[in-house]
Design a protein around this ligand. Structure first.
Ligand SMILES: [Zn+2]
Length: 222
């Protein structure tokens, strides 16, 4: 577990925002530009998987430092066969990682993931939304990543029905890509480096019920 003790940050007057993702690198790929351009928040970034990955875990800690965020990693199964995880296990893990705080904003995966197809992304979305609905996590607003890849026809791009879309400046996009290549260590011709979206998109909700309805919709656009 990697965590900055809460007493080091509890006097920080900034509003709290959290990112809940399946894997270290998802925070950079899907909302790294948003984090970089919103330093008014005290960011907490948590991952459900890879907490004991000897390669990825230290890279994640360096990214947290660069983003000025605190964070923590759990270590749910992330094996190649992607067996479904127990709902209760995912929910307990996500609730614990969010450390009982109240947030102004939580960002997490979309209900269909961001590309075709990663079960952990979809499980993360469903369970974080459900935690909000059931009152086990507290946030004023939740935004879900809104990307699709046309069923692998192209690299992930912002969905046409996203509520919010931000085109990143060159400087922000290059910094985000630098985190992916220089800190995470992906090769420039890797899927991750080529995907690193220059435009970020989100569905945003001020009520849990609206998020539940969005999370219940499935399938890529036809
Ligand atoms: Zn991922």
């Amino acid at each position: 577990m990697t965590s900055i003790p809460l007493d080091e940050v509890s006097s920080d007057p900034r509003p709290r925002a959290a990112v809940v993702v399946a894997h270290p690198d998802d925070e950079t790929l899907w909302c790294g530009g948003y984090i970089l351009t919103h330093p008014e928040f005290l960011w907490r970034i948590v991952t459900l998987c890879r907490g004991v990955d000897p390669d990825r875990a230290p890279r994640f800690r360096r990214v947290l430092q660069r983003l000025g965020a605190e964070g923590e990693m759990a270590d749910l199964d992330d094996g190649p066969d992607q067996a479904p995880l127990a709902v209760e296990q995912v929910q307990e893990t996500a609730a614990r990682l969010l450390a009982g705080s109240s947030y102004n904003l939580i960002l997490t995966h979309g209900p269909m993931g961001e590309y075709t197809r990663h079960r952990r992304h979809e499980e993360c979305c469903r369970n974080v939304v459900e935690l909000w609905r059931s009152g086990r996590i507290d946030t004023r607003r939740m935004c879900l990543f809104a990307y699709e890849d046309g069923g692998r026809a192209y690299l992930p791009r912002v969905r046409g029905d996203a509520d919010r879309r931000d085109i990143l400046t060159d400087a922000v996009w290059l910094e985000k890509r630098r985190l992916i290549t220089d800190i995470y260590g992906f090769q420039p011709d890797s899927w991750e480096a080529r995907s690193t979206p220059r435009e970020e998109g989100f569905w945003c909700f001020d009520s849990a019920q609206a998020a539940v309805e969005r999370a219940a919709v499935s399938g890529q656009p036809s």
